[in-house]
Design a protein around this ligand. Structure first.
Ligand code: F6R
Length: 234
């Protein structure tokens, strides 16, 4: 695991973007992407650059169950407005929050991932150590599935909703097994509220209690954190 500490998230976004460009120079065709506040500086770099993504495919980590693509709180909507509408990709995949049959939807999404093996996966980090919506206790060997969000994640994500009761309680999430299959991983984390999770991920035991700690077992993982998120590291 390579760890890069930057003075702020804008510089971190530039560093992450450099890794994307270099993977594309080496032939990467499929990017695994995340939502949330963390990747926004990197998406801004992508948009401002003259790099052409029109031959690239993206596969997103997750989506809230029950939200339609045109719902402003949905992750599909987030991706359109923060990246795809400004930097077109050839194909973009996000789980369908409105799918009628959750089991069929997870099967469909697992086939999407199998048909488009991820060259570089971008991850954020939950305060409780989650990656994707793989909450503490998640097994390390599963594919996409419907998961129940923890109270800590519901509370953290309520900042994007009018009130906490509006936050969906379930999501479709790529499983840790699927995440570990990607060739390279770049995880970013910013701010004091991520410092404990960053410490657990990098210096803690590999345990389901801190799902991101599993990244210690994988080659080609780069963690980019700001000084606040790195503040608990020894
Ligand atoms: C989002 C995702 C989540 C977030 C994490 C951090 O697609 O999979 O794991 O990366 O909850 O969220 P932010 O970046 O908003 O702090």
């Amino acid at each position: 695991m390579k760890v890069i500490v930057t003075s702020n998230k804008e510089i971190a976004g530039k560093e992450a973007f450099k890794l994307i460009k270099s993977a594309m120079d080496d032939g990467a065709k499929v990017l695994g992407l995340a939502t949330g506040s963390t990747p926004i500086p990197m998406y801004k770099e992508m948009i401002a650059s003259d790099v052409d993504f029109s031959n690239m495919t993206s596969v997103n980590l997750d989506e809230y169950v029950g939200l339609a693509p045109e719902d402003p709180q949905s992750y599909r909507y987030f991706m359109q407005s923060n990246l795809f509408d400004k930097k077109p990709f050839a194909e973009t995949f996000v789980p369908n929050g409105k799918a009628e049959d959750p089991e069929e939807e997870t099967k469909r999404y697992n086939k999407v991932i199998a048909d488009h093996p991820i060259d570089l996966q971008v991850l954020g980090l939950g305060r409780n150590g989650h990656i994707g919506f793989n909450e503490p206790g998640s097994p390390f060997d599963v594919e996409t599935r419907k998961v129940q969000l923890t109270e800590s994640t519901i509370e953290a994500n309520s900042r994007n909703f009018e009130n906490e009761n509006d936050v969906p309680r379930y999501a479709y999430s790529m499983g840790i097994g699927s995440i570990l299959k990607s060739k390279k991983i770049v995880l970013m984390a910013f701010g004091k509220e991520k410092a404990d999770a960053v410490k657990g991920m990098i210096e803690g035991k590999v345990t389901n209690d801190c799902p991101a700690s599993v990244l210690q077992t994988k080659d080609d993982v780069t963690v980019i954190v700001d000084a606040d998120a790195a503040s608990e590291l020894s």
